[in-house]
Design a binder for this molecule. Structure first.
Ligand code: PRX
Length: 631
């Protein structure tokens, strides 16, 4: 049982030698002169002096050995289309997209915002960006105009790639009007917009700014766009994620470190090899989509499945039919999706041959035992929990079956992965907790391993103050999660230390939702908390104080205001952020010094004991919450 332990120790104690070996998993134009430069903590530079290209490693590199093998399998049960692209075809499509972007004026270092449904063109666009050294910034298609506008303002993209519409559960969701509204709202205006027309919704094209992908593609059918060799530290992309403040942070990733980290994870964590088939059910708008729909599998020469549709449509066997048809070897999903399937007729799982599957990895939120047990019994393969963050790009805690077969322990995402010097820290004293079963903040000693965030886009100070200064007297990276570790080194995650909530595996900042709700003219004050939910893990629940409460004794009037508030969140942030309920209070529970008692509010909303309330200004506030929730 020493193999993984030794592997791990070496990754920490002989860091540079360890990562120099991993660097050989990708191709470099020029090799690195220095493995890690940590002379300016907490900023780490990996593979200094090396030049490479992410698209070269994900696509071009495989042309000599597997040009005709499937690379991208795009399936939509919304439009009933299925198309498999070989590496050679992917290479051609990516070059067409790269040529189109160049024709629109995109150059190395420019940002390109991608606001797309789950279609092959989204993958082409991402790969085309990194091919020419432009940074992509993918915004989840479920986000609405306000959320999109704030990301456009922060990323300042030269160009936007989007589509007429997505589709969900058979319902067309137009994107173009939201994009137009977002650009109108944003102080920064992109120069060019490239639209993929799927023929799902009409589009108003704005002359001079908006361009049709099909027309540009036709002009660049034979495009040969060489890969731009970039420094290892050249940013490959930014991806926005929520934190404590209302303003989402642009997580900035490098090129060389990310490529090495993902290639290493495919080998050591996923035990995958070229020719295998990976199916991650996430969305390209999230980090799992970046790392394990697009880059990880392609870097390893695997085929990857890009799926648009629900897990239950046309029936609850659709995922397993894909597994059977394409002989999927590795599957990656989130506990919520499995809980959705668990509510369906279990016979759907028996209708398909899933014997090609080696394991199912689940991440993004806590995995509960009944869910893990159910899917494990149903599939007959190992279920592997893994814990990580947008910031880290690849698992912090899981099992490395490629290094040594390891046994999962129920309720634990596993052990600290190689490269991550994980510590549990006492939040108050800043001391490291070295004993078993002690609760602390899950933290990582610098440098963060390759693949993790380099900084917050254009805000080094925020990177340092947010992540590295939150624990007193100690410069460590905080994950903002509570955890404990047992005597054998298995960690258990106990929830966030900050105001971030996790709804169906989607990470949301409660402050963002509060800001959106407060913009309603009749809302004076609001608090949003995460409340435990058996299907989604958590849901957002809002407690709002109306400016004018007259007439709100009438349930119909309350319902109307609740509906208006929800619509506002839908329109500004997207339905993904919509609170499950908006309750109206006379006053919010606060301390005498005016601090919102968020934890107490959450406890009462979950029908738990709110704990010590001696500092509370007006106990009636919580009493009203109790009555609204119903004991
Ligand atoms: O709170 C943890 C939770 O999700 C957060 C990160 O979310 P996101 O940035 O969207 O990245 C997801 C990448 C898979 C974490 O801070 N989380 C993620 N995975 C787990 C988890 N909580 C418990 N168990 C997990 N396996």
């Amino acid at each position: 049982m020493r193999k993984f332990a030794d592997f791990y120790r070496r990754s920490i104690d002989e860091r540079d030698a360890f990562w120099a070996e991993q660097a050989a998993l990708i191709e470099w134009r020029t090799p690195a002169e220095q493995v890690c430069d940590y002379s300016r903590p907490p900023f780490a530079r990996w593979f200094v002096g090396g030049t490479t290209n992410l698209c070269h490693n994900a696509v071009d590199r495989h042309l000599t050995t597997r040009a005709d093998q499937a690379a991208l399998i795009a399936i939509s049960t919304e439009t009933n289309t299925e198309r498999s692209y070989s590496f050679a075809e992917l290479h051609a499509e990516v070059q067409r997209m790269a040529a189109a972007l160049q024709a629109l004026g995109v150059k190395k270092g420019d940002r390109v915002l991608i606001y797309m449904p789950m279609v092959a063109e989204a993958a082409f666009a991402m790969l085309a960006c990194v091919r020419i050294g432009a940074l992509h910034s993918v915004v989840f298609g479920g986000f609405a105009a306000g959320a999109l506008a704030s990301r456009i303002e922060d990323a300042e993209p030269m160009a936007v790639v989007s589509a007429d519409a997505g589709s969900r559960g058979g319902k067309v969701v137009p994107y173009k009007p939201l994009l137009d509204e977002a650009i109108a709202l944003s102080r920064y205006k992109p120069t060019a917009v490239l639209m993929v027309d799927r023929g799902l919704a009409p589009m108003a094209m704005r002359a001079g700014r908006d361009h049709d992908w099909a027309a540009l593609r036709a002009r660049h059918l034979d495009a040969a766009v060489p890969c731009e060799w970039v420094e290892s530290a050249h940013p490959s992309y930014t991806l926005y994620t929520s934190g404590t403040t209302g303003k989402p942070k642009g997580v900035q990733r490098d090129t060389g470190g990310y490529a090495v980290a993902l290639a290493a994870s495919m080998k050591h964590i996923f035990d995958a090899k070229a020719g295998d088939v990976f199916f991650a059910t996430s969305d390209i708008g999230w980090v799992v989509g970046h790392s394990y729909i697009i880059y990880g599998p392609l870097l390893a020469g695997m085929a990857t499945v890009l799926y648009e549709g629900l897990p239950t449509r046309p029936d609850a066997g659709v995922w397993w039919s894909i597994v059977e048809k394409y002989q999927v070897t590795h599957m990656f999903s989130a506990p919520t999706a499995v809980r959705v399937l668990k509510k369906q007729d279990p016979s759907w799982l028996k209708k398909h041959d899933v014997s090609s599957l080696k394991a199912l990895w689940l991440a993004g939120e806590p995995l509960d035992e009944p869910t893990a047990q159910w899917i494990s019994d149903a599939l007959g393969v190992p279920i592997i929990d893994n814990y990580w963050q947008t910031e880290t790009g690849w698992p912090i805690l899981t099992l490395a079956n490629g290094v040594e077969p390891q046994t999962a322990r129920f309720g634990s995402p596993g052990k600290a992965m190689y490269g991550y010097n994980v510590k549990l820290i006492d939040e108050v004293s800043g001391e490291e907790l070295t004993g078993a079963d002690q609760k602390g903040v899950v933290a990582i000693e610098g440098p963060l391993p390759p693949g993790c965030m380099q900084t917050v886009w254009r805000d080094d100070a925020r990177f340092v103050s947010t992540y590295w200064k939150s624990i007193p007297g100690r410069m460590v990276y905080s994950t903002f999660d509570w955890g404990i570790r047992d005597a054998d080194g298995y960690y258990f995650i106990l929830g966030r230390t900050d105001d971030v909530i996790n709804v169906a595996g989607h990470r949301l900042g409660t402050r963002e939702i509060e800001e959106s709700i407060s913009s309603h003219p009749n809302i004076a004050e609001v608090a949003v908390v995460g409340v435990a939910d058996s299907l989604k893990g958590q849901v957002a629940m809002a407690f709002a104080v109306p400016r004018d409460a007259s007439g709100l004794q009438d349930p119909a009037a309350r319902l109307k205001l609740e509906g208006e508030v929800m619509q506002r969140v839908d329109a500004q942030l997207g339905a993904v952020a919509r609170p499950a309920r908006v309750h109206f209070l006379n006053t919010l529970p606060k301390t005498r010094s005016g601090k919102l008692l968020r934890r107490a509010l959450q406890a009462v909303a979950e029908r738990r004991d709110p704990g010590d309330l001696t500092t509370m200004e007006d106990p009636a506030a919580l009493q009203q919450v109790r009555e609204l929730i119903g004991d």
